[in-house]
Design a binder for this molecule. Sequence first.
Ligand code: F6R
Length: 365
Amino acid sequence: EKGGFEHFMLKEIFEQPEVMRDVMRGRVRVEEGLVHLGGIHDYLDRLKQAKRIVICACGTSWHAGLIGEYLIEEFARIPVEVDYASEFRYRNPIVSSDDVVIVISQSGETADTLAALRLAKEKGAMVMGICNVVGSTIARETLCGMYTHAGPEVGVASTKAFTAQVIVLFMLAIAMSKGRTISHEEIRLNLRELAEVPDKVARILEQNDAIKEMAVKLKDARNALYLGRGYNFPVALEGALKLKEISYIHAEGYPAAEMKHGPIALIDEDMPVIVIATRDNTYAKILSNIEEVRSRKGRVIAIASEGDREIERLTKDVIYIPQASAAVLPLLTVIPLQLLSYHVATLRGCNVDRPRNLAKSVTVE
Ligand code: F6R
């Protein structure tokens, strides 16, 4: 049942190229510049006219929501707020019928996300869902939505469901911008980038052994810091969550520029810092963030773009990922972080598929 893999988590990480193709199948037509999302087709106009979009979710799904914010604001130019479902529901939020609320949930059963959805409905918002489990409570109670089609996710640490959620949000952002905010040519370019992601992910997975070597350096750490900027900031949060939930090493994700506002005080020779330093418009800035870490003797592991020689001047520990446009980068940069946490946890003898204190779906509030 684990398809020859030692754990479900590893199987699910390796399934991602195929899952990504499934998510896009029948929905993306690159050359025509078309995205077809059957589940929301009848509501797309209303979505395009939304004054504001609020995304509610928990955990890893909330991280996908943050990437969704960047994508929708960049492409569709509609303001987006991302909230923890648990915070949204308890603070008497301002929501009206001008708003669209998108709830994201792999299981479709998360209690706080379900309560946020019911509250948003009560306040008159149009509520859309992005779920993986077909027929789940959240999928049934939303007005419309999209399934991620990632297949059953058994490992408690979410991996393939996360990348599937990001792809759905990417397609949604493109569908919302069509004919409004970006040109036909830009749409084609972006869809082409998206369509190339599965093959690029497959190439990253080929580096599994090298990533395992890198994990040896992390396995005895007591803390770790993950840094990223722009589209890679939510990936830093996700990388840190993956590490803490299955290896029990304390980890924090930060937008790299925030480091100097506090966390930099933590950095010494015992602090591994995982920096996502891909070639995008934040590259020069992130290099100086790496210098700041190094000058305090922090140990840097970098995720960088293929062909980047500059980074090697700063650290020998580099995992390379194929080049891609900024908007699809999270789908690539998260892969080595998933593998890294998997290997660190197994090296520490942890039960990767069933980490202590965690359940696959959190139906208590
Ligand atoms: C992390 C993880 C959790 C879930 C969260 C929301 O790996 O799995 O943080 O993402 O409990 O679950 P869903 O998406 O089912 O609502």
